[in-house]
Design a protein around this ligand. Structure first.
Ligand code: NAD
Length: 355
């Protein structure tokens, strides 16, 4: 029997419900395939602020570093809106990414045929499907740049800064990801305006020489947003900065049906990654047993695949998700006519039963 140590960060809002759902499925995987997953629960976000006065306690960093991988729900919520900016729940998220050196964020968006009805795009725009991997730089750019605010509150600024090394390492991930897919990379920037984007474009272009089989093109971010909405099938891998990736991956997830369906992997130089749904803590539906746990469950599948080397097990989870959707079960966010409405707990249990 193989054993794996997984740090669980449930976080705030719907975080505990969706992570519990993923644990239900992981336990079923463990039973079926003969693995033992040892979980260690740690605090981050608003719940950590409430319990310890900081959004990212040192213990959380230590436990995550000592684990094979980290599974995260989500953090934040209006309860902490008036907390000083340095102590806001989201600071925990930025801090853990930095502390674990997780510089790349991979966000696959696939339109499942069962969820075509849930996509806001017309059938005509979806006829060629959607299967895009957004590779987002995660520990640089404006989210980590210098922040300033005038004492009298009359101005504020945030700095967008990238080094060649930061761009190179994320571009490498994008090209290598493309080699395993359809060998097309679109690098998204705003090089017509921003100096940092011009460096981004030049560096990615230089890197492309090492990957002659990959077709590289460049797109301005405003055009990329429009292209995703009018012809999503044209994309294979998108590589972009922290802020542009944040926005474009939410857009691609909406096209795929619901933000509640899509996973993400945050990776650095080691095998230990952090896996989380791309959505936030959804405080509006917290504690109601209506949140869609699938994004977290397929994030757990990505974790098995990318960090723990359990490829068959990951496939089994994805197949079980498809089977349950084929059976017609839907949470509220992906509900359509004639389908069977279900809640967070039941959806997770159904997926576990159908492995
Ligand atoms: P959100 O993603 O939490 O919610 C946006 C909308 O999508 C809401 O209507 C919500 O009910 C719905 N939704 C989200 N996840 C869902 C799910 N699994 N099932 C069904 N519906 C779902 O974004 P927001 O409202 O902008 O942010 C809420 C809080 O989450 C904020 O404090 C924000 O800072 C935080 N946040 C955290 C993360 C993270 O932890 N990684 C990411 C984004 C936002």
């Amino acid at each position: 029997m193989s054993e794996f140590n997984i740090a669980l960060i449930k976080g705030d809002g719907i975080g505990p419900e969706i992570v519990d759902g993923a644990v239900t499925v992981l336990d079923a995987v463990g039973e079926k395939f003969g693995h033992k997953f040892n979980y260690k629960e740690v605090l981050m976000g608003g719940c950590a602020y409430d319990a310890c006065g900081v959004p990212l306690p040192q213990e959380t960093i230590d436990v995550c570093k000592a684990s094979d991988s980290v599974l995260l729900g989500a953090v934040g919520g209006p309860k902490w809106d008036s907390v000083p900016s340095q102590l806001r729940p989201e600071k925990g998220l930025l801090g853990i990414r930095k502390a674990l050196g997780l510089y790349s964020n991979l966000r696959p968006s696939i339109l499942k045929p069962q969820l075509k009805e849930a996509s806001p795009l017309k059938d005509e725009k979806l006829k060629n499907g959607l299967d895009v991997m957004v590779v987002r730089e995660l520990t640089g750019g404006i989210y980590f740049g210098k922040r300033e605010k005038a004492e009298d509150g009359s101005w504020a600024s945030d700095e967008e800064k990238y080094s060649v090394e930061e761009i190179k390492r994320i571009a490498k991930i994008a090209f290598e990801t493309a080699m395993l897919r359809n060998k097309k990379v679109v690098s998204v920037d705003k090089a017509n305006v921003l100096e940092s984007s011009r460096l981004w474009r030049a560096t990615v272009t230089e890197m492309a020489k090492d990957y002659p089989q990959v077709e590289l093109s460049h797109m301005y971010v405003d055009n990329a947003a429009m292209q995703l909405a009018i012809n999503p099938a044209q994309f294979d891998v998108i590589v972009t900065s922290n802020i542009f990736g944040d926005i474009l991956s939410d857009l691609s997830s909406a096209i795929a049906g619901s933000i509640g369906m899509l996973p993400s992997a945050s990776l650095g130089a080691t095998k230990c990654g952090m896996y989380e749904p791309i959505h936030g803590s959804a405080p509006d539906i917290a504690g109601m047993d209506i949140a869609n746990p699938i994004a977290t469950i397929v994030s757990a599948a990505l974790m098995l695949d990318m960090s723990l080397g359990l490829h068959e097990e990951a496939k089994a989870i994805n197949a079980a998700v498809d089977k349950v959707l084929d059976m017609g079960y839907r949470t509220a966010d992906i509900m359509s006519e004639g389908m069977k409405k279900t809640g967070t707990k039941e959806m997770a249990a159904l997926i576990a039963q159908n492995l």
